[in-house]
Design a protein around this ligand. Structure first.
Ligand code: NG1
Length: 416
């Protein structure tokens, strides 16, 4: 299906494309959604499940194929400058934080997999707030990766592509899991997905029609390339250390057989209560806290998925609240702003509210029903945004999420 001139501001994008690349013809549009994670935070890189849904907000790339191996990219919002590089299996990275790294990551990975690839000129645009925990970085990686495949007439099965892009994004310096790339590439409209890792699998649950997931931004950017990256990567190391100690203890105590060397195997073989007790007996301080969050959060994902499947909003809400407390107290990734938004949403009658994404700033997600939606929206607007001087259109910072489908590449209508 093509898109018309008037569609969602595309004519502006095409205008900017033509100014930036007068000799190119804007033939294709690659779109990849961001996501809001409903529950299962900081579990993906520990091999445990997550439960996100894709958003209507997305990265869009208007592009014109080239005959050589060059990529040239500009950004519609003008926030980032022109970047230009040659696709190869070894593309030198820019300093952490440069947006070029997110363009280069998928190109280097696909060049390693497929050999000589042709490039394109690209205008990149985003309807997603940057550094918000809504996964704009992975949406950019997915949008670039699928554009490169299309230009070179290559295809990959969705889950293989998502796994390749998750590995590719580590080029940017973040030791991320694979949640964001999987949901951006493989989401099904109207559904949330439980995602399992190693190997990557996705299981959809329809989002009940009367559930409303409200997303609210703290207005604090969670820069994955700066402080938040250090905090994130430190936690991946702490989780690995904690796992080794508890796995040895489980073996020594006869609670799990030899070879129980991952979080999924531990959770499968030792019940959650025993696992927490084992952690409390063999770990202390930070490692104990990290461990307790990861295993309890992993088991909350399954409970939440079942609650959604039977339309049980209040149980889902309680699980969401437990997730926030655990992220706050044990994982230590919340902030006063995230906590303030959560309190406001709960005070206005939300069934549950929690930080979403990596934390350290970014957004919360709150679950409301038709009865409480207006109250929750007004409480956030009047209690958080107005006092901070954010008046008028709040669409970029406070919105109701709609579960969208996964990434696509389409032809722009002929003659545009
Ligand atoms: P965000 O919210 O985009 O920073 C990060 C990781 C996810 C996951 C969450 C925490 C990347 C690209 N994304 O997401 O894989 O670990 O944190 O649950 O690293």
């Amino acid at each position: 299906m093509g898109f018309s001139w008037e569609d969602e501001g595309l004519s502006d994008l095409i205008g900017t494309f033509r100014e930036a690349f007068p000799e190119g013809s804007p033939d294709l549009i690659s779109r990849a959604p961001g996501r809001v994670n409903l529950i299962g935070e900081h579990t993906d890189y520990n091999g445990l499940p997550v439960f996100p849904m894709a958003l209507r907000k997305e990265i869009r790339i208007i592009l014109s194929p080239r005959k050589d191996a060059l990529i040239r990219a500009v950004n519609q919002e003008g926030e980032f400058g022109l970047r230009e590089f040659t696709i190869s299996g070894d593309i030198p990275a820019h300093p952490a934080g440069d947006w070029a790294n997110y363009l280069q990551a998928p190109c280097q990975a696909l060049a390693r997999q497929f050999g000589g690839l042709s490039g394109f000129d690209a205008l990149v645009s985003s309807t997603l707030p940057v550094a918000s925990g809504l996964s704009s970085s992975s949406a950019l990686v997915i949008a670039m990766g699928q554009a490169l495949l299309r230009v070179n007439e290559l295809t990959l099965p969705t889950l293989d592509f998502a796994e390749a892009m998750a590995a590719a994004e580590r080029y940017t310096g973040t030791q991320g899991g694979g949640m964001d790339q999987a949901i951006s590439a493989g989401a099904v409209e109207g559904h949330a997905s439980r995602i399992e890792f190693a190997p990557l699998r996705m299981f959809e649950t329809p989002v009940p029609e009367d559930w409303r997931f409200v997303v609210a931004h703290t207005l604090v950017r969670a820069e994955k390339s700066g402080m938040a990256q250090e905090g994130y990567n430190a936690r991946t190391r702490e989780c690995r250390e904690a796992l080794e100690i508890v796995a040895d203890a489980a073996l020594a105590q006869g609670q799990a057989p030899e070879g129980t060397d991952s979080y999924p195997l531990l959770l499968e073989r030792v019940c959650i209560q025993d696992l927490v007790e084992l952690g409390e007996a063999y770990l202390e301080g930070t490692l104990l806290k990290r461990f307790r969050h990861v295993v309890t959060e992993g088991s909350r994902v399954y409970d939440a998925e079942h609650a959604m499947a039977r339309g049980d909003r209040s149980t889902f809400g309680l699980l969401v609240n437990a997730s926030h407390r655990s992220l706050q107290e044990d994982y230590e990734v919340s902030s006063p702003e995230l906590d303030a938004l959560v309190e406001l949403a709960l005070g206005a009658g939300a069934s549950g509210a929690r930080l979403t994404g990596a934390g350290f700033g970014g957004c919360i997600v709150a679950l409301a029903g038709p009865d409480s939606l207006d109250r929750v929206m007004s409480a956030l607007e009047n209690g958080y945004y107005r006092p901070r001087g954010v008046l008028g259109a709040l669409d970029g910072v406070l919105f109701v999420a709609e579960a969208s489908g996964g990434a696509t590449v389409s032809e722009l209508q002929a003659g545009l």
